[in-house]
Ligand binder design. Sequence first.
Ligand code: COA
Length: 260
Amino acid sequence: MSNYNSISVEHRGHVAVLTINRPEKLNSLSSEVHAEGIAALDEFRRDDNVRVVVITGAGEKAFIAGADISEFEGKTPVTQRAVFYERTLFNQIDLFPKPVIAMINGFCLGGGNELALACDLRVASDNAKFSQPEINLGIMPGGGGTQRLTRLIGEGRAMEMILSGDMIDAETAHRFGLVNHVFPLAELEAKTMELAEKIASKAPIALQLCKEAVKFASRSNLDEGLRREVDLFAIVFSTEDKQEGVSAFLEKRKPEFKGR
Ligand code: COA
């Protein structure tokens, strides 16, 4: 396994936990975090033992307080545009074949919120705070915020967050559908791991095809989406795990899925 500087990686059974490890800078997204995050996802993609990924930030104050603002100096429009057109951490999470859960333990701002939005599920601590504060710096979201936030919580709510730059608390984020669950900070890790392990116990190929189908819903019209679903359903129907799932049900035992 690679050695990382700004992130750390831990394998817990079939769950890989990726922690952004710059608590003194509120886990802001430096270019090193981007590069190492992409490298870690590449490792997880190839590792059949990894079935679910959890992404979090070190410490109890911040998940991710946005892009590393100290790196803004000297960036030109051309380099900034290239950064977001390249293989970004946001896109790699979005396109990652296995489920990814954001475990949000505090400030979830700007690029941090965009990273959480690229994940499949978001679980937050009760002290978490969310915003797209780019407007306060005289800029705008560039890592998918205007698109993914709008699709997830609707235009009116997304518009207010993006135009005002205001923070919302965890309960409001839950009400908006921005996060799936809110837990007391002390319980966040255990509850998130419970959810991750439950998902990791399911059939891996079915999980991947479910993710692909659900993601396709916001990228297609209904007819295209329904067709894609049927095609993926036909593929999953041909797997050994489907045979195992059906046999286990009929034999009244727990299935043992192998990802084949
Ligand atoms: N980029 C770079 N450094 C950051 C950062 C960011 N996005 N967010 C926080 N930090 C650094 C601070 O500069 C500070 O470093 P220092 O101790 O060397 O001065 C350290 O993290 C702690 O942050 P601090 O501002 O002192 O904590 P706070 O509790 O007073 O405030 C926030 C917390 C989150 C409200 C505040 O840090 C903030 O507004 N951060 C920027 C958020 C933002 O605009 N993100 C979007 C970028 S596009």
